[in-house]
Every structure is written in C-alpha cells, then in structure tokens.
Design a protein around this ligand. Structure first.
Ligand SMILES: Cc1cc2nc3c(=O)[nH]c(=O)nc-3n(C[C@H](O)[C@H](O)[C@H](O)COP(=O)(O)OP(=O)(O)OC[C@H]3O[C@@H](n4cnc5c(N)ncnc54)[C@H](O)[C@@H]3O)c2cc1C
Length: 427
C-alpha cells in the first residue's frame, strides 16, 4: 500500500521551512496554503497578511535569513516586505517547493481518524494524511481590548492598517507600544494633524544600529548569558538613555524580560514633540478619550495596535494541549502524547529569525524519519517529551499572553541541537 503523505498547512516562512526540511530527508508531503502564493504575511497581497506598506525587518537580514540560502549582498540590512516577498519566491524556486503546495486552499478542518491518521478538509475536498505540521502563523487574529464607552470616530486594529494616507489631517491616537505600534506612529507623523500614543506600561527601546552595525548582531557573541546581558544593557543605556527622558513611563521589567521595541525613530520623534505619550485609556465618549490620569482629548481616529491572539480554528483544541493562551507543546513543537501533529513557528524570541523556525522543522523531519522505523532514538525522544524543559534562559518574562510562547534564543537553539543529536545517534 502506498504511504500516506504528511500535510503542511501554511506557506509562510515556517511552512516553507517545513517543506524544505521534509524534502531534505525524503519524506512525501502536501502543502495547503489559503493564499495564491508563498511568503505568508510577507506577501502584502495575501488577504490574510497583517503587513503594511512601510514595513521592514525588525531583526537584521543576517540574523533572520535561512543559513543555507543567504540574502543577496545588495539587499539592505533591514529589507522591506517587498524584498522579503522576492526572497521567499527565490527560496521556493531554488528548492522547487511550490509544486508540493495546493494554493488557494483554505484548510477548514483537520480531524483525527480512529487509526491516528488525519483528514484535511480544504475547499470542500478531503485529503488523508499520515501527520500534520501546522504553520499558520501567530499574527492573524486581532486582540482587541474591551473598549469602555462608545467611540464615534474611526477605529481600526493594526491588522487592517496598510497605508498612512488614512491618517491625513486627522487627530490620531495609536494604542499600544509594540513594534508595529511604533512603526505606524512614525508613518502617521508625516500625514496626521497630531499623533498621540497611549501606553499601559513602560517599554525598552533598542535602536536598529549600534556602532554602525545592526544592533542584533551584538547578540552573536559567545559570551556567557549573564555577561552578555550586562554588556548589552550598558551599551544600550549609553546609546538611548532612559525612556523616561522622552516622556515614556519607566519600564517595570528588565530589558530582556519582554520583547523590546526595535525602532530608532520613535524616541527621536517623541523628543521633537511629534508623538505625545499618553497613559492607558479609561473610557471613550463620542470622539473624546479619557485617560487613566483623568485628562481628556478628542481624536478623529484610533488605531489599536494591541497585538494578536493565537488561534488554530480548524482543529479541535483538545488535540493541541492548550494551556491558557497557547498550546503547551514540548519545545513549542511536539505534543506530549500525539506523535504525528506538530506546530512550526509558534515561537517568539529575540533574534530567532527564520533559521530558528527551520531548526524546528528539521527536528520534526528527523523525528518523523525515526518514527518510520520505530527506532530506539524515536522511543527515547518520546520519553523525553514527557518532561517539560525550561526554555526561559533564567529570564523572568513578564506574564502576558503573547509571552506564553516566548523563549530565550540561545537556550532554545542549544536544546534543539541536543534533541537533533538524540535523533541522529543510534541508541
Ligand atoms: C510588521 C511585521 C514585522 C515583522 N518583523 C519580523 C522580523 O523582523 N523578524 C522576524 O523574525 N519576524 C518578524 N515578524 C514576524 C513574522 O510573523 C515572521 O517573520 C514570519 O512571517 C512567521 O512565519 P509563519 O510562516 O510562521 O507565519 P505567516 O507568515 O503568518 O504565514 C502563515 C501562512 O499560513 C497561511 N494560512 C493560515 N491559515 C490557513 C489555513 N486555514 N489554511 C491554509 N493556509 C493558511 C496564511 O495565509 C500564511 O500564508 C514580523 C511581523 C510583522 C507583522
């Protein structure tokens, strides 16, 4: 009987990583992508993309690219989404990956069969598969806070934002202070009548360049974590000063305890009065916003840059071992019991890049290869995945939903390497 293929859902950086990893070990697979092309959210024409026209990489190209497929020398350190779309086209063409994907194929249901195999339903058609790799991304379902009051101005979530022309001559309030919020605030400055940013708590800001080099390349040094951390903190303090100097609240956490804002311009513009920092919102009435400090101001447009919720709506949540905000998976990839369902790309870390997602995918491919022969290393790995590993690198990450799948990059990659060894060494 012919072997069933594996399914990969999504053709963004993680889905392409999975496709390349399975291809490398010679496993048969079918990809499903609801858009008509590869690239995931880096394809601004993908209706499910949350990309905007001015977006560029936040991590530098050398820290983000696939190691086996470096970006061309003439590509800037922080390329735009347009160049990244081309990069994923080149990557897919180079490894001939597109032929494995069904495009315009929206997966509506992934159901487990009595024998443990899976059925994929996409566009009304079903496909029987031996296992499933979910690579549908983490930034697709808006997280909108409870909005007290009846705001009557224009109101959008950042997932709908594409182009700064929506701000022309308006009094704009950006809510939130993550990487997208700050990018969008900078866009708005050049079009709006005024731009305010409402922040709930303090943030750390990291410039894109330090000593003329992309700031994240500082993280490449092989120093022990605690020395590296202190050196980086001192250098950043010398470059940026304190956020309070620019009107932002003092952060209530350490630099490495949350994902920092990587933006060289937001503090500059705050210092020029182009962006005014406001506290958290208490309530709204008509076009008036009342802030928690009791002050009130009118706005024509509120843009909620309040992040995303993690969802895998096409599969019964009982299969994903959910723990509050995200699935509780071994190494953020493997279900503790089910051995043919994986997530690639449900991960966030400073500087993990697409190579980090590829490392995840390679581990899955090695695991599937060992599963085929039910080898001793497959058994050993199954034993290991019963005991969760601490991936925090001893950092006390702030307790937010979006941090539930955050890891310390060096700790995480070390663990991936150790686990790859288990799957490539005969026991
Ligand atoms: C503005 C912005 C800047 C960013 N900057 C960086 C950066 O500098 N560095 C970095 O590492 N990351 C950055 N990211 C994070 C980004 O999420 C990752 O780079 C990367 O795109 C994640 O890849 P992915 O394949 O996991 O998810 P996505 O790119 O989201 O791809 C998921 C794919 O799955 C498809 N899909 C979803 N549901 C279904 C379904 N039911 N059926 C079929 N297909 C489906 C989607 O259409 C999509 O093509 C940024 C994100 C944004 C929005």
């Amino acid at each position: 009987m012919q072997k069933l293929p594996y399914a990969i859902i999504g053709a963004g950086p993680s889905g392409l990583s999975a496709a390349r990893a399975l291809q490398k070990v010679g496993l048969n697979f079918i990809g499903f992508e609801k858009h008509g092309d590869v690239g995931g959210l880096w394809d601004i024409n993908n209706p499910h993309s949350t990309m905007y026209k001015s977006a560029h990489l936040i991590s530098s190209k050398k820290m983000t690219e696939f190691t086996e497929f470096p970006m061309k020398e003439n590509i800037a350190d922080y390329p735009s989404h347009r160049e990244l779309f081309n990069y994923f086209q080149d990557f897919s063409n180079h490894f001939d990956l597109k032929k494995h994907f069904k495009f315009n194929s929206n997966v509506e249901a992934v159901t487990r069969q009595d024998d443990g195999t899976w059925m994929i339903k996409a566009n009304g058609e079903t496909t029987h598969v031996a296992g499933v790799i979910l690579a549908t991304g983490t930034l697709h379902y808006p997280n909108l806070p409870d909005q007290k009051g009846n705001y009557t101005g224009e109101s959008f979530h950042s997932s709908q934002y594409k182009d700064a022309s929506i701000f022309t001559d308006k009094r704009v309030l950006i809510v939130g202070c993550g990487n997208s919020a700050c990018d969008i605030a900078i866009d708005a400055i050049h079009h709006a009548k005024s731009v305010d940013i409402s922040v709930r708590r303090g943030y750390h800001f990291v410039p894109k360049y330090i000593f003329g080099k992309p700031a994240d390349t500082m993280g490449k040094s092989k120093m022990p974590t605690f020395i590296k951390k202190n050196v980086q903190k001192k250098i950043l303090k010398a470059f940026m000063g304190s956020p309070e100097n620019y009107g932002f609240p003092k952060p209530d956490h350490d630099l490495f305890e949350s994902h920092p804002v990587v933006n060289s311009l937001i503090l500059y513009h705050a210092g020029h009065g182009d962006v005014k920092v406001q506290p958290d919102i208490e309530k709204t009435e008509g076009k008036t916003v009342t802030f928690k400090d009791g002050t009130e101001k009118e706005y024509d447009l509120i843009l909620w840059a309040t992040g995303y919720k993690l969802k895998y709506p096409f599969i019964d949540s009982k299969h994903l071992n959910w723990d509050k905000a995200s699935p509780d998976l071994y190494l953020k990839i493997f279900h503790p019991e089910i051995d043919n369902l994986f997530i690639v790309g449900m991960i966030e870390a400073l500087g993990l890049g697409w190579q980090g997602r590829f490392e995840q995918a390679e581990l899955v491919a090695l695991y599937l290869k060992q599963k085929e022969s039910q080898s001793a290393s497959y058994m050993k790995f199954n034993g290991m995945k019963q005991k969760p590993i601490d991936l925090s690198g001893n950092f006390n990450y702030i307790k937010l939903d979006r941090m539930s799948y955050y890891v310390h990059k060096d700790t995480y990659l070390d663990e991936i390497m150790k686990h790859k060894k288990v799957l490539t060494t005969s026991v």
